[in-house]
Structures are given as structure tokens and as C-alpha cells.
Write a protein that binds this ligand. Structure first.
Ligand SMILES: CC(C)(COP(=O)(O)OP(=O)(O)OC[C@H]1O[C@@H](n2cnc3c(N)ncnc32)[C@H](O)[C@@H]1OP(=O)(O)O)[C@@H](O)C(=O)NCCC(=O)NCCS
Length: 255
């Protein structure tokens, strides 16, 4: 774990401290937090207007949690400016519209939320996904995975393994979809998992079908998965053309 990862895991008080460190390199600002601490921040009026008038209290809390964590992550790059930044939506769908120069991703599951933000000079996409661990039906299992994908997760019991695969594919979708705008099914992405122990591992992924502009069949990437009882976090990133993880384009994010 890098020093930056350690900082990211310290978000919040001990009681609500993030259960996972950042799955990303220090060039990606990652912020994870609990709704009790981050779910009652201020929303901008235009953000509030994105919520349906019928939105439940839980949905308002989760939306607020995601936006608050996203602003916190943006603050690593734009100290002082982040509270004023409004994170609306792309024209089609629910994907967040990030400030000029940034890519990012938001997730929430149960009381937890997370956001990841990076400069678009270095990354063309990042995806983050949290999932509560719940049984997956046989019918959905068939739509979700190939048996080869299960093999890499042989150390995990069935439900946990399926949720890891599901989450990994959701994070890939989030990293690709805002730019690609072409619907992807779960079997359009092939994943391979490599456990590293201590509830953590790496995965690689490859598009089987066309993911849209810049994402032809065969396009591939990497990610990290982490799990603990009841909760899974995955993160993936797509480097901008010609960039490598080693190039640090900004000061390290501070949380
Ligand atoms: C969009 C989707 C990925 C969201 O995942 P989820 O597990 O339901 O919910 P999460 O809490 O993790 O994420 C929700 C957040 O994702 C973001 N999001 C929504 N649509 C998005 C998209 N098309 N691209 C990127 N991010 C998106 C939003 O920020 C949303 O939160 P908000 O509405 O509060 O702003 C999922 O609902 C979906 O539509 N999946 C499509 C099918 C799929 O994943 N196929 C996999 C093929 S690889």
C-alpha cells in the first residue's frame, strides 16, 4: 500500500473509516465514505434538480453521498475550488458530467459510497463499483460469466465470486460507457482474476464486442478487486494514449 492509499483509507472517523484502501494508483483521487458522515453534505440546486420529486430519502442520501465524495476527490486536484463545483449528468443516461479536464466515477452500496477522479490528460476513463454481497440467481449467472472467469476466483465461495465478477464488469462499464455510449452486456467483457491474498486481487479485462469510439473488440485493461464479508469494491482505469501509470501529472491527491 502506498502512502496515498493509506491516506485514502483514513477518510472519516474510526467508526466509519473506509473499509478499503484505494484500488488505484496515486494519480487517481479516491474517496470512500459512510452515509452517516458524507450523506448530508450540501447539494447544488442544479444537482438537486436531477433527483426525481419522488426520490426516496435513501436515494437522496446516496446521491448526496456520491456527489460529496466526488467533490472531495476533485479537491485533491483543485484545492479550494471543489465545493463550488457542480457535478451534473451527461446528456444521455445517468453518467456524471465531470468538470472540464477530468474523468471519474461514482458508486454507492448500502451505507457506503466511493468516488474516483483523474485528469483526462492521463486517463481516458476510470470506473469504480461497490456491491453489497447478495445471492445471484442461476439465470443471471448465465448472463454474467464464463466458467473461465470463475476459475480465477476459486478461493472464493460462489456468491462472493459472482459478486466480484459482477462488480468488475460494472466498473469496466462505467469507465467505458461515458465515452463509448454503446450498450455493453456482461458477456461482452471477459475478465480474468488473480488473487493476491488478504481480500484483494487484480483482474484484467478484454472487450469481446465493440465498445464504441476508441474501444474496439480486443481492447483491454486492468483493475483491482477487494472484498470483505458483505461488501466488494472494484476499480479499473483506462490510460490515455501514450500515457503510463508511472507518469505523475499532478501533485498526489491528498485523500
Ligand atoms: C449504470 C450502472 C453501471 C450503475 O451501477 P449500479 O451498481 O446500479 O449502481 P452504483 O451505485 O454502483 O453506481 C451508480 C452511479 O453510477 C453512475 N452512472 C450511472 N450511469 C452511468 C454510466 N452509463 N456510465 C458511468 N457511470 C454511470 C452514476 O454516478 C450513478 O450514481 P448517481 O445516479 O447517484 O450519480 C448499472 O446500473 C447499469 O446500468 N449497468 C448496465 C449493464 C452493465 O453493467 N453491463 C456490464 C457490461 S460490461
Amino acid at each position: 500500500m502506498t502512502a496515498d492509499h493509506a491516506k485514502s483509507s483514513q477518510a472519516g472517523s474510526d467508526r466509519y473509516s473506509a473499509p478499503f484502501p484505494s484500488p488505484f494508483s496515486p494519480n487517481v483521487a479516491f474517496c470512500m465514505g459512510h452515509v452517516s458522515e458524507w450523506g448530508h453534505g450540501a447539494l447544488h440546486d442544479q444537482e438537486r434538480a436531477l433527483l426525481s420529486p419522488q426520490a426516496t430519502h435513501k436515494r437522496v442520501e446516496q446521491f448526496t453521498l456520491g456527489r460529496t465524495l466526488a467533490r472531495q476527490a476533485l479537491g485533491a486536484f483543485l484545492p479550494g475550488q471543489a465545493p463550488a463545483l457542480c457535478i451534473l449528468r451527461l446528456e444521455c443516461g445517468r453518467a456524471p458530467a465531470w468538470p472540464e479536464g477530468f474523468v471519474g466515477s461514482i458508486t454507492h452500496a448500502g451505507p457506503w459510497g466511493a468516488a474516483a477522479v483523474a485528469r483526462n490528460q492521463q486517463y481516458s476513463g476510470v470506473g469504480v463499483d461497490l456491491e453489497s454481497v447478495q445471492p445471484i440467481s442461476q439465470a443471471f449467472r448465465r448472463r454474467l460469466l464464463r466458467e473461465s472467469e470463475r476459475e480465477g476466483l476459486a478461493d472464493l465461495e460462489e456468491t462472493m465470486a459472482l459478486v466480484v465478477v459482477f462488480s468488475a464488469k460494472e466498473s469496466v462499464y462505467k469507465a467505458i460507457h461515458p465515452a463509448g455510449r454503446i450498450p455493453l452486456g456482461f458477456l461482452d467483457v471477459e475478465t480474468a482474476f488473480q488473487p493476491l491474498g488478504a481480500g484483494r486481487g487484480e483482474f484484467s479485462w478484454r472487450l469481446i464486442s465493440d465498445g464504441g469510439t476508441g474501444f474496439p473488440p480486443g481492447f483491454s485493461g486492468r483493475g483491482v478487486y477487494q472484498w470483505r464479508p458483505g461488501l466488494v469494491l472494484t476499480g479499473t482505469w483506462i490510460l490515455a494514449e501514450g500515457k503510463s501509470e508511472g507518469e505523475r501529472s499532478t501533485p498526489a491527491p491528498n485523500r
